[in-house]
Ligand binder design. Structure first.
Ligand code: ZN
Ligand code: ZN
Length: 276
């Protein structure tokens, strides 16, 4: 189904992300043959006790050799789909054998970007773009690692984890949720590792406020399935896809990208996604 966005997105913007997601799915299928991660048993009590994401509890490690291959493949994909970046991609490609992937992956997972800033300067590009490249090459690994935990994380025994806006597997901040059609329960979605976990329907994911009447929702005319929940306490907002209104499930990764107009609407009205 084609959705009409009330704001004009740059040409090819959504298509680029769709192609990137397809590329990541393909990498994941290839990697699955060699990448076996051991799963931590009985993770729910450990999460409650340690209050740390599973990649830390389970000591998630990416093989630097496997990563180098995926990263090289990503550079090829990007230079085809974004020809304007070709020069920069070539500069990185020349370095590809000598980069310290062990360190770069560690820094990326710990959100430490100093090394990326230095490298970006060498390649004549921005730190953001370089981090974007390394980040998207990490995601196929993270998704393989995360998938076996999905069942436990959506069980009724794991309702309402202490940090509803943060992914219990990778620790990344989520800005998107869906409402399940059978009972309208809310599930947060991590666009990094593709895991879902439950959050309370009428409680702010940012500050925990649940005072009646202070959590409200907005939607755009003729587009009731895509909503923004706002909190009057911390002025936070959360984008949401209501599967009952939409009549079907949807690709939440793409839905998050397609609904940039909802972020703009929320921000115009003075709300924030509390991203750092
Ligand atoms: Zn995650
Ligand atoms: Zn709040």
């Amino acid at each position: 189904m084609k959705r009409n966005s009330p704001v004009e997105l740059p040409d090819g913007y959504v298509e680029f992300y769709k192609a990137l997601e397809t590329w990541q799915n393909e990498q994941q299928i290839k990697l699955q043959k060699n990448c076996a991660y051991s799963k931590v048993d009985n993770i729910l009590p450990l999460l409650s006790e340690q209050k740390r994401p599973i990649i830390i509890i389970g000591n998630f490690i990416i093989d630097p050799h496997e990563y180098k291959m995926v990263f090289g493949d990503l550079l090829t994909f990007i230079s085809k789909s974004r020809p304007e970046l070709q020069e920069m991609i070539e500069a990185i490609s020349k370095d590809i054998v000598q980069l310290d992937y062990d360190q770069l992956i560690k820094d990326l997972l710990n959100s430490k970007y100093e090394t990326f800033a230095t490298l970006a300067e060498n390649y004549g590009t921005s730190t953001e773009l370089l981090v974007f490249l390394f980040e998207h090459a990490v995601r196929p690994f993270l998704r393989i690692y995360a998938a076996p935990y999905q069942k436990e994380l959506t069980e009724d025994t794991f309702q309402h984890w202490d940090f509803p806006s943060l992914c219990p597997v990778c620790g990344s901040k989520s800005h998107f949720s869906r409402l399940r059609p059978i009972d309208s329960r809310r599930f947060m979605f991590c666009d990094r590792c593709f895991i879902e976990w439950e959050a309370k329907y009428l409680q702010c994911i940012h500050c925990g406020n649940d005072t009646p009447g202070t959590i409200k929702y907005l939607s755009i005319e003729n587009d009731d399935a895509y909503q923004i929940y706002t909190c009057e306490e911390c002025k936070g907002y959360l984008k949401t896809y209501d599967e009952k209104q939409g009549g079907r499930s949807t690709d939440l990764f793409i839905a998050n990208i397609e609904t940039i107009y909802l972020d703009m609407l929320a921000q115009e009205k003075g709300y924030t996604d509390h991203d750092i």
